[in-house]
Design a protein around this ligand. Structure first.
Ligand SMILES: Cc1cc2nc3c(=O)[nH]c(=O)nc-3n(C[C@H](O)[C@H](O)[C@H](O)COP(=O)(O)OP(=O)(O)OC[C@H]3O[C@@H](n4cnc5c(N)ncnc54)[C@H](O)[C@@H]3O)c2cc1C
Length: 303
């Protein structure tokens, strides 16, 4: 008999509903047996590895406009749940107004994987290592959700409850990710430390978005999100507050990076030890803040 190098997928029924309402009803009727899916790049791996054994997989792509990406200069960007990451990267509006999001998407695995993988799937999977989560958090993302009751909007910063756990209830389907127009003159970066350059989850990920904010004592507002260093993607609130309160210097940037490191609560795993991760949070946050600060100063000098 040939040895099996990989276990195979367990059997399941493929459900293709005609509408979001039908999909929600089906999911709500089978809370422990049915799951929605988009690109399938997380769920099929978890099924193959035996972590999930749903009886029904409900295909929620192509339902009621969830495969559209739209930009409105007053409202911002709406990315339909089924829009894959390569389409996000290729969008002229994303390149112009949300380059940080494009950078985060480009850090995910390979071009081939990104033709399937979606931002909504990355968020709903709720891995603390999800590469697009930091950008969506610092850009003040919201999720449009279709449930068995009325459609609702949920703030992303309140969405994550633990690894793989979110506020979604049976029957809930994320239909889009909404991002307001970023503050004028903003600049950002995403630094991902992985074991290799291709197709690996992050050991530590640091997302920084900075923008001029004349009402703050420092004159600038920095948003900082950390991945792979806590049970949920983390906003480094103390570090953000420190940078709002005092002039931006190499000293205040270093102090903020130390605060971000203190806020992280990483674990030891196959990709790195907790101690290493804490140190890398400090180093990468300092590096990311310096990069963004330089971009902001260059923009200021160019005006
Ligand atoms: C080889 C490989 C490399 C990878 N590399 C990376 C990487 O570098 N960085 C990274 O962040 N990720 C990586 N991933 C993980 C994965 O590709 C991403 O998390 C991706 O964004 C998931 O999107 P999807 O559309 O495929 O999600 P799916 O697998 O379809 O769904 C993911 C989860 O979300 C739920 N879900 C899906 N759609 C909805 C919905 N509309 N409403 C509510 N819940 C929903 C599903 O039930 C499932 O639990 C990798 C995966 C593979 C296989």
């Amino acid at each position: 008999m040939k040895p099996q190098t990989h276990p195979t997928l367990p059997e399941f029924d493929y459900i293709k509903p005609e509408s979001l309402a039908e999909a929600s009803q089906f999911l709500a009727l089978h809370p422990d047996e049915a799951r929605p899916f988009l690109g399938g790049t997380d769920i099929f791996v978890r099924m193959r590895d035996g972590f999930l054994v749903p009886k029904f997989l409900v295909d929620v792509k192509h339902l009621d406009g969830t495969d559209a990406i739209r930009f409105d200069p007053l409202v911002g960007l709406t990315i339909g749940a089924a829009v894959n990451m390569n389409r996000v990267i290729a969008s002229p509006e994303v390149q112009k107004y949300y380059p940080l999001l494009a950078e985060a998407c480009r850090s995910v695995a390979s071009y081939q994987l990104r033709t399937r993988a979606t931002i909504a799937g990355n968020l709903c999977n709720a891995s603390p290592a999800g590469d697009t989560i930091g950008a969506c958090l610092v850009l003040d993302g919201k999720l449009q959700i279709h449930g068995t009751a009325c459609p609702r909007l949920e703030t992303l910063s309140e969405f994550f409850l633990g690894p793989g756990k979110t506020t979604l209830k049976p029957g809930d389907i994320v239909t889009a990710v909404s991002l307001p127009v970023p503050p004028g003159g903003s600049a950002g970066t995403y630094l991902k430390l992985g074991r290799n350059k291709l197709s690996d989850l992050s050991i530590v990920g640091v997302t920084v978005l900075g923008s001029p904010a004349p009402s703050l004592p420092s004159g600038f507002r920095f948003r900082i999100a950390l991945s792979s260093v806590a049970p949920i993607p983390l906003i480094a609130a103390e570090a953000e507050a420190a940078l709002a309160e005092q002039a931006i210097t190499s000293g205040s940037i270093h102090a903020a990076a130390c605060l971000a490191s203190e806020a992280s609560t990483p674990i030891d795993d196959v990709r790195g030890s907790a101690r290493y991760r804490k140190q890398m949070v400090r180093n990468l946050t300092e590096m990311a803040l310096n990069q963004v600060w330089q971009k902001l100063q260059r923009q200021d000098a160019g005006r």
